[in-house]
Design a protein around this ligand. Structure first.
Ligand code: GLN
Length: 438
């Protein structure tokens, strides 16, 4: 692929926030990275106008490792501002279009990454998930999306959303890429203490024998008919692969959305405090103003609506007098959800649900959704994310020519189970390419 065709594709699908100037003809493989992972030579905006023009002087660890493995970075992929969203419509730099239908979303917040994974050959994309941002777009764009255990991949060089939740992972059309590049990006990094305590990644040693379906998650009234039908077929396929499937009860799952949005917004509101117009990105402001007037005018001007909402929500939840009622309570809820999962992993190798409750929606429909509506659509992807457990979305069917995803979660550090599932699934299921039009 040359730079002209890359630019043409980008013009049509709005995949990138920034692109290379020339494509290296003899690269071993190409990769892309979500725009909240910094990379030398590329601006890093995390989809926000407030960071426009920010030129990071170093590579995020996962980016550096991909480059050292022979990868050529094509560009930084479009995303919801700071990761706030599920449809990539909250970016300050255009909206990525679904490769299966330009009127529909790529999902979010790693929408550009999923689009790149669906469109380019011999390509793998680095995504980031806080509450589902790898699985959701993988599902909507019909590719594999792997979110490793929290702490498996260094977050050094990641523009944080929620530090206790953020995980860097992989999106690709090919399972072989997940197996090849997970070990590349994983590992202890002195620059990120949360990566320090990980057990070794041993792929190819564990086989999936049993999976559980939490009945609280797979409820008819919350999931569209086509996704439910596809889910049932997928369960039959798992059984035909000699995997035991059993329904179980996980009563804490229903608390994961409220707990997640309290924790994620609280962490986001502190993380975003550093964007004050004096350190990164945009800096031209009226310096004759008083300190807090300067910050206010700057942040009012350059932060998007959803980012402001998260700052307000998060600041409120952490306020003296409210912290016990919201933030500290949410932390305790998270512990109960983790315990619920752990209990299931005493008997099962993985948990399976649909990834998203519907196929990718049209932009017209997204524009009528309230903030709460769009938070609620994450009810299947937020639970594994809030626990920090690894999970994988695989393409499992099509409806109205749009892909549907199936979500597997395994116990902390058991990515090997997910890779085993992905390999088996890929042999049994025919993943379709989108017809890419330039
Ligand atoms: N949709 C969720 C949110 O807006 C998750 C996004 C993410 O994982 N970055 O918080």
């Amino acid at each position: 692929m040359n730079i002209e065709s890359l630019k043409l594709i980008d013009r049509r699908y709005s995949i990138f926030v920034s692109l290379v100037e020339e494509v290296k003809a003899d690269a071993q493989f190409t990769f892309s990275a979500k725009d909240n992972l910094v990379a030398k030579g590329f601006d890093a905006t995390a989809g926000s106008m407030i960071l426009k023009g920010y030129k990071p002087p170093f590579d995020a660890t996962p980016v550096r490792k991909m480059r050292e493995a022979g990868g050529f970075l094509l560009g930084k992929t479009n995303m919801d501002e700071f990761g706030f969203g599920s449809f990539s419509v909250n970016s300050a730099f255009g909206v990525p279009k679904n490769p299966f239908d330009l009127n529909r979303s790529c999902g979010g917040s790693s929408g550009g990454s999923a689009c790149a994974a669906a469109i380019f050959d011999n390509h793998v994309s680095l995504g980031v998930s806080t509450g589902g941002s790898i699985a959701c777009p993988a599902s909507f764009c019909g590719v594999y999306g792997l979110t490793p255990s929290y702490g498996r991949v260094s977050r050094y060089g990641l523009i944080d959303y929620g530090n206790s939740l953020d995980k860097v992972g992989l999106l690709s059309f090919r399972v072989s890429d997940l197996k090849k590049f997970l070990p590349v990006i994983s590992g202890v990094d002195k620059k990120d203490p949360t990566s320090a305590m990980q057990p070794d990644l041993k792929l190819g040693q564990k086989e999936v024998k049993s999976v559980a379906i939490p009945m609280e998650a797979v409820v008819e009234k919350n999931i569209s008919k086509d996704v439910l039908k596809c889910f049932k077929n997928s369960v039959e396929m798992l059984e035909s692969m000699s995997i035991d499937v059993e329904y179980v009860s996980m009563p804490t799952l229903k608390y994961s959305i409220p707990a997640y949005y309290v924790i994620a917004s609280s962490e986001a509101s502190t993380n975003l405090a550093r964007y004050c117009g004096m350190r990164y990105g945009q800096q031209e402001g009226d310096l004759t103003l008083k300190f807090d007037e300067y910050f206010t005018s700057f942040r009012s001007r350059y932060l998007g609506k959803e980012a402001k909402r998260r700052i307000l929500l998060g600041t409120y939840a952490r306020m003296a007098g409210y912290a016990d009622k919201y933030y500290n309570k949410a932390i305790r809820v998270r512990e109960s959800i983790i315990a619920d999962y752990k209990k299931q992993f005493e008997r099962f190798d993985a948990i399976v649900t649909p990834t998203m409750p519907f196929i990718s929606p049209k932009f017209d429909d997204i524009s009528t959704m309230s903030a709460l509506d769009s938070y609620k659509v994450d009810f299947l992807t937020v639970p594994p994310n809030i626990t920090g457990m690894p999970h994988l979305s695989v393409p499992c069917g099509y409806s109205e020519k749009m892909p549907i995803g199936l979500l597997f979660t395994s116990a902390h550090w058991n990515e090997d189970v997910l890779i085993d599932i992905a390999e088996k699934w890929d042999l049994a299921f025919d993943v379709k390419h989108a017809d890419v039009v330039i």
